[in-house]
Ligand binder design. Structure first.
Ligand code: HEM
Length: 519
């Protein structure tokens, strides 16, 4: 009798369960985003009409495919916004510098207006900012819950442990490792030139050396072990960014299952590699009193300072930080150097100016971190490169609470896409020479004369600004000093100008340059 009752109630329970499931799906994929959209719309923001379930993804893909690169006219054209973000460039013309667009069922507030950004960020403390949940989920195999993705009190704890490791005094000891790795690369270039092959793809070379540098300076890894980690990380990045994907689309992961399974597999392998690196290092630190020479050693040391502020990181958290340093650290710096070599190749007068400065500041002395601050012009060149070709082309945030901007309310949960490329190329902020290479604009102004101080954001903004920028300054100056002291270079006719976004802003067909040894 009881069994019969059970059978009778089974379809009812299943039906009820299915009803809840449908309701949940409807709520997450339709009702909740629509409510967020309506709240945003109430503020008067415009934007392209979305379609369900892709939002504006198909328009974005279509527009990107319509862009062609490589004409000879493009070689010296730095007006790249309409090439790298053609859809944003098009929508800006219709809807202005703040508008709504959709990734799948996720509405995003697009921002390329510094005053709006200033007002918004003045309302939010560092720990009050979120990172879009949809990206956190998508990029989990790359960054896990490392500093780039953490929020709230967790972010404060991670930042407290990590920031001291990037203190210039701690970084100084890494200079000799940087010199060594770069010298090895340049010796190889010399051999290539001597054997009659002066054309070198520097994008490939610099990325590999920057990877080696981060592997050694961050984790004390040997060249060989560093290479294994780098290859896996690169494969993961390719899997995640080289194909059409459906971020923000409900069940988007199932639309490209092969890539997602591959990303998960690689992510797991990378985690295991870092776990074993950390375990070995912990053992080594217990048995030796040598002060730490790399970031991992410094983090482990900092993590051992238990109690008080609760400033400790678990092994799992350290794994995520290691991945974050690798992804956040090596490619961004490598790209800044790569774009610099392009600009110097087409502006030989700046090669000469920098060489003279190096002679004056460094002369015949060994490169030492304390000398690098004297390379002022090189600093202007870096700032100008990060303006024209920002390695991190956008900053993403998510509101964790309503944000008031004048009489507008940006509702809790709003995703934001801050278009750094657009602001760095905006003639209203920089003047008519916005697309010209003019490092001297940074001579007396760290904002390069930008009319709004939130219009120049190569390293992000506020308390969440890039923690690794001192490491970048040091590596950039060391690598460039060594290259310029040994070689002059011109652009190869095989170069085709094709800046593209693959998380960071890169020359998608590499950067072939012709090198000449200096006597
Ligand atoms: C040219 C080189 C670099 C550029 C252009 C760059 C750019 C950025 C940007 C735009 C952000 C986001 C800031 C925000 O949300 O407001 C960021 C954050 C971050 N960067 Fe960098 N970065 C560079 C080098 C590095 C290096 C060398 C490392 C470490 C080895 C690093 C580690 C990080 C970390 C951990 C964060 C998260 C900070 C936080 O949220 O508290 N970056 N970077």
């Amino acid at each position: 009798m009881e069994l019969v009752g059970l059978y009778q109630s089974f379809p009812l329970a299943t039906g009820f369960f299915l009803l809840i499931l449908v309701w949940k799906l409807l709520f997450c994929c339709w009702i909740s985003p629509t409510l967020a959209y309506l709240k945003l719309k109430k503020n008067g923001f415009g934007g392209p009409s979305p379609s369900f379930p892709l939002g504006n993804i198909s328009d974005m893909t279509k527009k990107s495919k319509s862009i062609s690169f490589g004409s000879s006219l493009d070689i010296i054209n730095h007006d790249i916004h309409s090439k790298v973000f053609p859809y944003f460039s098009m929508w800006q013309k219709s809807y202005g510098k703040v508008f709504i667009y959709w990734l799948g069922t996720e509405p995003f507030l697009y921002v390329a207006e510094p005053e709006f950004l200033k007002k918004m960020s003045s309302q939010v403390m560092g720990k009050g900012w979120g990172k879009p949940s949809v990206f956190k989920f998508d990029r989990k195999p790359m960054f896990g819950n490392g500093l780039l993705m953490t929020e709230g009190d967790e972010w404060v704890r991670h930042r407290h442990v990590i920031a001291p490791a990037f203190n210039p005094i701690n970084l100084k000891v890494m200079a000799s490792l940087m010199v060594e790795s770069t010298t090895n690369m340049l010796d190889k270039w010399s051999s290539l030139i001597n054997s009659g092959n002066p054309e070198i793809d520097v994008e490939h070379e610099i990325t590999a050396t920057a990877g080696e540098i981060i592997a050694r300076t961050s984790f004390g890894l040997s060249y060989q072990n560093g290479k294994i980690v780098l290859e896996k990380l690169r494969a993961l990045q390719m899997t995640l960014f080289m194909s059409n994907r459906f971020v923000g689309v409900p069940f988007g992961k199932f639309l490209c299952p092969k890539q997602n399974l591959e990303a998960r597999r690689l992510g797991k392998e990378i985690d295991q590699l870092f776990f074993s690196i950390i375990t070995d290092r912990k053992k080594l630190m217990k048995s030796s009193n040598v002060p730490p020479q790399d970031l991992l050693g410094l983090l482990l040391k900092e993590s051992q300072v238990e109690g008080g502020l609760g400033k400790t990181l678990t092994s799992g958290e350290l794994v995520d930080e290691c991945k974050t340093f690798f992804f956040g650290g090596h490619e961004t710096t490598a790209l800044a150097i790569t774009w610099t070599l392009l600009l110097l190749a087409i502006h030989p007068e700046w090669q000469t100016q920098l060489r003279e400065e190096i002679k004056e500041v460094i002369g015949d002395k060994e490169i030492d971190a304390s000398l690098l601050s004297g390379l002022k012009k090189m600093g202007w060149v870096l700032s100008e490169i990060l303006r024209l070709y920002p390695s991190a082309p956008n900053v993403q945030r998510q509101a964790r609470g309503d944000i008031q901007v004048n009489d507008l309310t940006i509702p809790d949960g709003t995703n934001m896409w801050i278009d750094v490329v657009a602001m760095h190329h905006d003639p209203n902020l920089w003047g008519e020479d916005v697309n010209e290479f003019k490092p001297q604009r940074f001579k007396d102004d760290i904002n390069g004369g930008c009319k709004h101080k939130m219009g120049y954001l190569p390293f992000g903004f506020g308390a969440r600004m890039c923690v690794g920028r001192n490491l970048t300054f040091m590596e950039y100056k060391i690598v460039l000093t060594l290259i310029l002291s040994r070689f002059s270079f011109t652009l190869s006719p095989n170069y085709s100008h094709s800046p593209s976004i693959m998380l960071s802003l890169r020359p998608i067909h590499g950067l072939p340059l012709i090198f000449h040894q200096l006597c």
